[in-house]
Design a protein around this ligand. Structure first.
Ligand code: ZN
Length: 150
């Protein structure tokens, strides 16, 4: 496994739309493994492929209850609303308050290509929404209020 360099705000890759993955290949599995490694080494809760310069719809999330790797994720349901402080590995030293759905239902493919549905609340729901935003070129600072440097 390898740790990727994380791309930071200002790089236009972060503003592009990532493409769906048509087929799960060894390269996609390697991408998932390396993204997880990069996320853990940076002490992040989630990571999206565009953050490491790969414009594919792949995310990893670990909100403290185990690693999720999802390919072509999409949010099927948003429920409730919650405001919390958020940051991003691609926007270092910055936090802001973001309103997100309190619970989401997300569909995607796991690493074996099987469709899975994830229902999540709290930090996990927030991380999933944040990472899926990255796939559409959206950064948390676009949605945040009270943006602060830390
Ligand atoms: Zn982010």
């Amino acid at each position: 496994m390898a740790v990727y360099k994380i791309i930071e705000v200002g790089n236009k890759i972060l503003r592009e739309h990532a493409k769906p993955v048509p087929k799960i290949t060894p390269n996609i599995l390697k991408l998932l493994d390396n993204m997880a490694e990069t996320m853990y080494s940076a002490k992040g809760v989630g990571m999206a492929a565009p953050q490491v310069g790969v414009l594919k719809r792949v995310i990893t999330v670990d909100a403290g209850d185990g690693l999720i790797g999802l390919i072509n994720p999409e949010i099927l349901k948003f429920e409730g609303q919650e405001t919390d402080s958020e940051g991003c590995l691609s926007v270092p030293g910055t936090i802001g308050d973001v309103v997100r759905a309190a619970e989401v239902e997300v569909r995607g493919l796991d690493r074996s290509g099987k469709e899975c549905i994830i229902r999540a609340g709290g930090l996990k729901a927030r991380a999933l929404q944040h990472e899926i935003d990255h796939l559409d070129g959206i950064l948390f600072i676009d949605r945040a209020r009270n943006i602060k440097k830390i």
